[in-house]
Design a protein around this ligand. Structure first.
Ligand code: HAM
Length: 428
């Protein structure tokens, strides 16, 4: 088929080549950024192990019902942001827009074994949004799901796990904002109370919120339109319509966080955009971010995946963490890579010797590279500079004959002739 390569319409790609580009809102990840990702992942694994969480990797493509049933038909994700399509076999599938529902599909199929599972995941998620700083169409979430029935102390422990993660990453100042959505029994009362409180001002709300009053009135509370914000500010908090047990549950979450030393504030307007939440919900923001300031969101949830599954968890937007990470931390990530040794060979005999030397150096834990395309010594030296070699080992004709090597320190320019047998010890 004579298909042309797609060209990007993203100016920032900054390339004049005809090579195909990634789709808008999606990025290639490579050095030096990838070293930051590796650092974050390594620290995350340590923290997860300390809290006894196990990694789970579920598919990126899921049956569409896994998401439509659990996130709610009126959620923005289901209505506007899901990449859903029909397979050749006629099945409706979607690229996962978040991790929780897919992981709950996995959990529900192993109900007995997973009744108190502690799970975490890291992987790409997909949402059809208008790309901007901190908002991508393919982004990565690190998520945690703690399976089990409602417990305020469990909610607090999961929030504390998140705080431990941010600390291990060296993220600097973050702000934990908490609220409660109450229990499922509270829910009808909250909706009714909110609708009644908003009714006299209905005409002053934006068009979206007028629609939300009927479909998903909670979302009026986090509308970004100034006129709606002013109206919402004067409403009674949703806790007004909750049972005393729900308020006591939330108080216990807060006092446990205080005891664990996790600073937080209550944001009475926080509601979260997904239908599966009940009781505790939270978001973490960073002033280091711009308009898209949410580093992560989480909460307690309950959903029907053939059987009911419940738990508490959060999802962290990794791209946003990297945006918010102090430059000093990012710079330190690159230093974890050992210095490079490049082996330069004059001729075939030297190259043969260098291949064996490379094997010995690598066995000793060094990072070693050589050009095997048969280029001149001069071209090999130039390549060593391009690769940022710390040391170059040069085998010329006389060195091969004498059983020695020239070892050059690239930073100081200092060069030494040493017996081949001593190269490993010298460089190590
Ligand atoms: P969420 O709030 O939709 O929650 O997403 C969590 C985080 O993912 C956000 O706070 C943000 O950092 C990041 N994120 C979301 N959309 C984008 C985007 N388009 N580009 C870049 N980053 C983005 C959830 O997904 C829930 N599953 C969290 C959860 C887990 N609740 C319970 N367990």
């Amino acid at each position: 088929m004579g298909l042309a390569f797609p060209r990007t319409d993203d100016e920032s790609a900054g390339t004049m080549s005809n090579a195909p580009q990634p789709l808008q809102g999606m990025s290639d990840l490579f050095s030096p950024e990838i070293e930051v990702w590796q650092h974050l992942e390594a620290r995350a694994r340590e923290v997860m192990t300390r809290f006894d969480y196990r990694e789970v990797r579920t598919p990126v493509v899921e049956p569409v019902e896994v998401y439509t049933h659990s996130l709610g038909d009126t959620s923005d994700i289901v209505q506007k942001q899901m990449y859903a399509f029909e397979t050749r076999g006629g099945k409706m599938v979607c690229l996962r827009p978040e991790g929780t529902a897919g992981v709950m599909r996995f959990v529900a199929a192993r109900a007995q074994e997973m009744q108190d599972a502690r799970l975490w995941y890291l992987g790409p998620m997909f949402r059809a949004e208008r790309p901007q700083a901190g908002r991508k169409r393919q982004f990565h979430q690190l998520g945690v799901e703690c399976i089990g029935p409602a417990s305020p102390e469990q909610d607090a422990e999961v929030i504390a796990l998140q705080a431990a993660l941010f600390e291990a990453w060296g993220l600097g100042e973050v702000n934990f904002q908490l609220n409660t959505r109450g229990s499922s029994e509270d829910f009808p009362r909250i909706l009714e109370g909110l609708r009644a409180a908003l009714a006299p001002q209905r005409a002053c709300l934006c068009e979206d919120c007028q629609r939300r009053m009927d479909s998903n009135v909670l979302r009026v509370l986090d509308c970004k339109v100034e006129g709606c914000k002013a109206i919402v500010r004067d409403l009674p908090p949703i806790t007004t319509w909750m049972a005393p047990e729900s308020l006591a549950y939330f108080d216990k979450v807060r006092s446990t966080l205080d005891a664990l030393g996790v600073a937080h504030t209550v944001n009475p307007l926080l509601v979260r955009g997904l239908d599966y939440y009940q009781h505790t919900i939270w978001e973490v923001t960073s002033t280091a971010l711009g308009a898209q300031d949410a580093l992560s969101g989480g909460g307690r949830y309950r959903m029907d995946m053939g059987s009911a599954v419940e738990g508490v968890g959060f999802g962290i937007g990794m791209e946003r963490v990297i945006l918010a990470l102090p430059e000093s931390v990012k710079a330190a990530c690159a230093t974890g890579i050992p210095p490079l040794v490049v082996l330069v060979s004059m001729n075939d005999a030297a190259r043969e010797k260098n291949l064996l030397l490379a094997a010995r150096l690598r066995a000793a834990g060094l990072r070693v590279r050589m050009d095997l395309s048969g280029k001149s010594m001069k071209a090999q030296m130039k390549a060593a500079g391009r690769w940022n070699a710390a040391h170059v080992v040069i085998l010329g004709e006389s060195e091969v004959l004498a059983g020695t090597a020239q070892v050059k320190n690239m930073a100081s320019g200092e060069q030494k002739q040493v017996p081949m047998a001593d190269v490993v010890v010298l460089l190590r």
